[in-house]
Design a protein around this ligand. Structure first.
Ligand code: RB5
Length: 139
């Protein structure tokens, strides 16, 4: 189950992500927002992050205009490990067992965003002892 959260700046790109998840047959839980009306990104970033941190959802995808505000918000929740681009999505899945992806809808287009989504969702954690140890040190 994938937790989704966005603000008004990320709403339209999130619709593309939702369509993509549905085409892939992947389940998601949408924590909003639900339109382009102006809202406060911490509400939605933290709702999705709490669902991931609690185990209700396995991973999360969050989007705002820059990808930064909503990322800072989610990062306040204990247990959240973020990534944001193609390279970091792959490397942080392998090394950091990243559990959330934050993207900026005013930074990247839908083609690149969906590629990052696929890398984030499809790259397994390495489970290497040193990476497990380091994640344990973070926690
Ligand atoms: C909203 O205008 C914008 O500030 C927000 O989407 C995000 O970019 C904040 O970091």
């Amino acid at each position: 189950m994938i937790a989704l959260g966005c603000d008004h700046g990320g709403y339209e790109l999130m619709q593309e992500v939702i369509k993509h998840l549905e085409e892939r047959g992947l389940e998601y839980k949408n924590f909003g927002c639900y339109s382009t009306e102006s809202v406060d990104y911490p509400v939605y970033g933290q709702a999705a992050a709490k669902a991931v941190a609690s185990g209700e959802c396995d991973k999360g995808i969050i989007i705002c205009g820059t990808g930064i505000g909503i990322s800072i918000s989610a990062n306040k929740i204990k247990g959240i490990r973020l990534c944001h681009d193609c390279f970091s999505a792959q490397a942080t899945r392998e090394h950091n067992d990243a559990n959330m992806l934050a993207m900026g809808a005013r930074v990247i287009g839908p083609g690149l965003a969906l590629k990052i989504v696929d890398i984030f969702l499809d790259t397994p954690f390495s489970n290497d002892e040193r990476h497990v140890r380091r994640i344990g040190m973070i926690e």
